[in-house]
Design a protein around this ligand. Structure first.
Ligand code: NDP
Length: 307
């Protein structure tokens, strides 16, 4: 069986940063890229808020840069999905693509989270062309334009208020007749004059042309339909952390994010570290994920040294 010191699972900014640090520390990490090589950033358009790119960069180009940087220091970056893992004893054992087995002294989990989408064909068609699941990442492209946000939770309210500060008008599309968000968030929404909350509305279709989204067709619970003209359509209906493959072997919170010792990357299993969105329901930024990848690598290095 193949034996490695450090196994990194996931290829977003957290995984690649962990790979850069652990390879520079001579730990010869092996990184498996997972289902979506490059992670969520490869589904966004331009990234303008990652320090060090004054002109901005596309998500795909940034991930390619991070990958190259990890390779430069000798990280072994591989295609493959972890289909089984045993964290009950050390060395840890993982199965890749149902066939290849690997033993690892330490594991860094950086499998990220996946934004939920409504599942409409038209929504998929305009993804990256007006349809986005991250207002912080993409809101800026719709400055002074009309946009819509779907969802009634804290994220939706936060994103709607953020967008209201840069866009002309924000429609908040809520399927129930109330917001699930905290009272403070609700108040912020109701006190923002350029947010219009459309309660009891569901999205039937995202409309667009060759340049991107032009509007959204909505249906009220009464059956009445209406079309709103917007250039941006933001989903804020929750995220699913990619923790299913762990099959309950690490302690998770009630939303299924990996629990870590606050301020560290240490999970409930000694020798297993977590980084990025898979342990972070709040910030979910490329830069915070990269920072936590660095923390995981340093925690991992120190733990291995102490063994
Ligand atoms: P939530 O699960 O809290 O809310 C999801 C929202 O999306 C709900 O309003 C839900 O509607 C709606 N929704 C789900 N599926 C659909 C669908 N198919 N069509 C239309 N609407 C849909 O997720 P959040 O991301 O908002 O929050 C996750 C957690 O993070 C929460 O605990 C939240 O409090 C926390 N958070 C805290 C923040 C803060 O404190 N600053 C900021 C952001 C998040 P319905 O209500 O009908 O189920």
């Amino acid at each position: 069986m193949e034996k490695v010191k450090v196994l990194i699972i996931g290829s977003g900014p957290a995984g690649f940063t962990a790979a850069i640090y652990t390879s520079r520390a001579n730990l010869s990490p092996v990184l498996y890229e997972g289902i979506e090589p490059g992670g969520q950033l490869t589904t966004t358009t331009e990234i303008e808020n990652f320090p060090g790119y004054p002109e901005g960069i596309t998500g795909t180009a940034m991930m390619e840069d991070l990958r190259k940087q990890a390779l430069r220091f000798g990280a072994d970056v591989r295609r493959g999905i972890i289909t089984d893992i045993d964290l009950s004893k050390r060395p840890f054992k993982a199965v890749i693509d149902h066939e290849h087995e690997i033993e690892a002294e330490a594991v860094i989990v950086s499998t990220g989270a996946s934004a939920k989408y409504l599942g409409l064909e038209s929504e998929a068609k305009y993804r990256g062309m007006g349809v986005s699941a991250c207002a912080t990442c993409d809101g800026f492209f719709y400055r002074k334009k009309d946009v819509a946000v779907v969802g009634g939770g804290d994220t939706a309210c936060e994103e709607a208020t953020y967008l209201a500060s840069i866009c002309k008008k924000v429609y908040l599309i809520v399927r129930k007749n109330y917001l699930r968000a905290s009272k403070a968030m609700q108040e912020r929404v109701f006190n923002t004059p350029n947010i219009e909350v459309l309660f009891e509305h569901n999205t039937k279709e995202v409309l667009g042309d060759e340049y991107g989204v032009t509007g959204v067709r909505l249906v009220h619970t009464s059956g009445e339909e209406r079309t709103i003209e917007v250039m941006g359509f933001f989903l804020a209906i929750g995220h699913n952390p990619n923790t299913e493959f762990l099959k309950g072997q690490l302690e998770l919170d009630e939303q299924k994010y990996i629990k870590v010792v606050p301020g560290t990357s240490k999970t409930s299993v000694e020798g297993v570290f977590a980084a990025g969105d898979v342990k972070d329901p709040h910030y979910r930024q490329a830069i915070t994920a990269a920072g936590s990848g660095c923390i995981a690598a340093l925690d991992c290095e120190r733990w291995l040294l102490a063994q």
